[in-house]
Write a protein that binds this ligand. Structure first.
Ligand code: HEM
Length: 223
């Protein structure tokens, strides 16, 4: 077992598993945040309050953090191993023929997403958990006014909107390669399914990139 997780295929397996877990987080996160576009914040705040007080979410939060850490550490480790294992002269191979841009630049895209994520966590997560976020009362329950926190950032600073849109585009490009690749590594793909998974991955990447972009765009243009 230990040998499997220290082998290169075992490490790719762990990366794919954590990647699929992070993909499922993105689905939930986007669904919740799309509620920012509806109403005056009551729906969004109620849903965000439910998510942050729910026992299942409390259990999932540290698992999510561990998932991110494993995914990031192994992506760096595997890329370094691949570079070291390359024969001399590999760099002059015509890369345009060997693979597509997104697949060749997964570490760069991942690093840009990492920078975006750090800024994002400082913007919201840190302020909610360790700062003094605004509060509101809905149906007699006091809760964080997460809507005010998010909307004020997006309304006051146009360049944050631009950063969030860029972050969403990087994420979309990352998923364009990562989606089918994760299924392939986990052995859930064959010749027939490879094409289908690529199409599915592209549809998913477009939904995620445009969904996360629409939110800052909405506050930038309409509010
Ligand atoms: C318009 C885009 C986005 C908005 C408005 C948004 C909003 C938020 C908010 C308000 C929180 C704090 C939740 C809390 O602690 O109660 C949060 C946390 C978080 N966000 Fe985002 N987010 C966006 C995009 C993203 C993207 C693209 C990613 C992934 C690359 C991401 C990953 C996370 C993570 C990992 C957390 C910490 C876990 C959690 O609290 O759920 N977010 N986000």
């Amino acid at each position: 077992m230990k040998e499997f997780f220290t082998s290169s295929i075992g490490q790719k397996f762990l990366m794919s598993l954590t990647g699929l877990f992070l993909i499922s987080f993105l689905c939930v996160h986007l669904t919740l945040n799309i509620l920012l576009l509806f109403g005056d914040g009551t729906i969004y705040n109620t849903a965000a309050h439910f998510m942050s007080t729910n026992v299942v979410m409390k259990v999932l939060e540290p698992i999510l953090a561990i998932g991110f850490i494993i995914h990031i550490l192994y992506s760096v480790k595997l890329t370094v191993q691949n570079i070291m294992a390359r024969p001399q002269g590999y760099a002059v191979v015509n890369q345009a023929n060997s693979s597509k841009w997104a697949s060749r630049n997964m570490l760069i895209l991942g690093s840009l997403i990492g920078i975006f994520l750090t800024l994002h966590l400082i913007n919201f997560f840190w302020k909610i958990k360790f700062g003094t976020p605004p509060t509101t009362i809905i149906d007699g329950t006091e809760m964080h006014n997460t809507y005010a926190l998010v909307s004020s950032l997006f309304i006051e600073y146009w360049w944050y909107d631009a950063i969030y849109i860029l972050g969403a585009i990087f994420l979309g490009l990352h998923l364009h390669h990562a989606f089918w690749s994760a299924f392939q590594t986990l052995g859930m793909s064959n010749i027939a399914w490879r094409k289908r998974l690529e199409v599915l991955g592209d549809i998913f990447a477009i939904i995620i990139a445009s969904g996360f972009s629409v939110i800052p765009l909405y506050f930038w243009i309409f509010r």
